[in-house]
Design a protein around this ligand. Structure first.
Ligand code: NAG
Length: 203
């Protein structure tokens, strides 16, 4: 609630927060992602690419744009990339990622991209949203997107630039990645300032 009221007041200042009418909880993450897919397909139908990421992720924008999205190249279609996970459901009820057999009986998940950060071509937003309308909701949003991709016959492409674990900061290391997980707001400022002020440094 605190974060919701904070978001809404910031929204009055910057007009850049979209909210929908559901409780913003970990278990509702899939709803939030599908709301984003619907929003992107309605209001950004011509976007070449869309990225979904979390607030504790460092995103190397230069690398993302110049090396992955490549404005000079022909835009990709039916393209989905990130840190690809080939896993299966965790049946331990104490786990954050617990999945019951009732909800998901299979022993393997289809390949999915870690929800910490993934990028897809603009056409995917509508395809995923429409597929979700006839796909039973699962609370693990990245697994759920993977299920939609399987239905669509699309294979997510592994890119090792997406780091879904923490990586200690060094200018030269962070210059080579696309994302790094678990960055606090203070670190985020420090990293952005450091990278911006050392553009002349070669490594
Ligand atoms: C998801 O949001 C709905 C609507 O606000 C709410 O009723 C429901 O309890 C939420 N579910 C979870 C698991 O948080």
């Amino acid at each position: 609630l605190l974060s919701l009221s904070l978001s809404l007041s910031l929204s009055l200042v910057f007009h850049d927060i979209i909210a929908e009418d559901f409780e913003d909880s970990y278990h509702n993450l899939t709803l939030k992602t599908m709301m984003g897919m619907r929003w992107a397909s309605s209001f950004c139908p011509n976007a070449r690419y869309v990225m979904k990421t979390d607030s504790d992720i460092f995103v190397n924008m230069d690398n993302l744009v110049l090396n992955l999205l490549r404005p000079d190249a022909k835009p990709r279609r039916r393209f989905f990339t990130g840190h690809v996970i080939n896993g299966g459901p965790i049946r331990d009820t104490r786990s954050k990622w617990y999945m019951s057999r009732e909800l998901y009986p299979e022993s393997k998940y289809p390949p999915f991209c870690s929800g910490t950060g993934y990028v897809f071509s603009g056409d995917m937003a509508e395809l995923i949203y429409k597929t979700s309308l006839h796909t039973r909701l699962l609370h693990l949003e990245d697994v759920y997107v993977g299920l939609c991709l399987r239905k669509l016959g699309i294979h997510p492409v592994q890119n090792s630039g997406f780091n879904h674990w923490k990586m200690s900061y060094s200018l030269c290391r962070y210059r080579r990645v696309l994302t790094v997980h678990q960055i606090s707001p203070e670190e985020m400022h420090r990293i952005w300032n450091d990278m911006a002020s050392k553009k002349h440094l070669k490594c």
